[in-house]
Design a protein around this ligand. Sequence first.
Ligand code: SG4
Ligand code: ZN
Length: 270
Amino acid sequence: DKNEWDYSAQNGPSTWMSKFPMAAGSRQSPVNIETNQVESDHEALSSKPLRWKYPATASRKLVNPGYCWRMDTDGEGTFLSGGPLMDDVYKLEQYHCHWGCSDSRGSEHTVNGQAFAGELHLVHWNTSKYNTFAEAAKASDGLAVLGVFLKVGKTHMEMEKIARLLPYVSHKGEVVEIREPIDPSKFLPDDNGYWTYLGSLTTPPCNESVTWILFKKCIEVSHHQLNIFRNLRKFSRGEECPCHENHGAVINNFRPPMPLGNRVLRECGS
Ligand code: SG4
Ligand code: ZN
């Protein structure tokens, strides 16, 4: 299958470029953020503050695609604009998460070489310039992803609603409809400071279409909540468990940092 890619030694990130040539491009994500090489760009970025709005009813369907959990959203009434996005208006398409096998790794971006326990991604598309998500995903200014680092600490109450539903999508291909509101804005830290740069999707086909906005401040989730993520399975119900390989658990679903090259990392806020 041409679309077979994963995070294993055989089909993992170092092999993606053979089937997905864009993965070898010069604008790839994630990257390591060296905080002393970041350009403060207060004037240009803070002249238009980053603004968002998400109705609590935006979260619609929780999916296990076999390599993460993903919440598909109803973009209606959602809004992201300002900061590096200037006046363009983006809508929320979905959000999903990356995590490790232990709490010491799991994020895709790193800060001064340090990984976090996980990284949440809120994926948006530019509705000012494009008609569909698919069209936007092919354009250099088509997508915007808000990234939030997860560290281990206290139980996150909004994440708890997702954790409670994950056992219903334990196997690949399973979907559950959301009945109680899950508010995406509750996953964002209370401080607005962020880093931003131009990059790509971190999974095949690795389109170079993403304006990345990474919050400097982490949010906390509990060790137990991360363990619930680690209980998701990469295979379908009824398929045989590849028991030799961590019982087919979805873990270490992160791509390692790619070269920044001649790109500029900018920051806004503290
Ligand atoms: C995750 O695998 C999502 O499930 C994918 O969503 C997403 O792809 C992919 O990550 C890449 O997004 O923010 N990490 S990322 O760069 O959004 C897309 C789906 O496959 C196209 C729908
Ligand atoms: Zn992601």
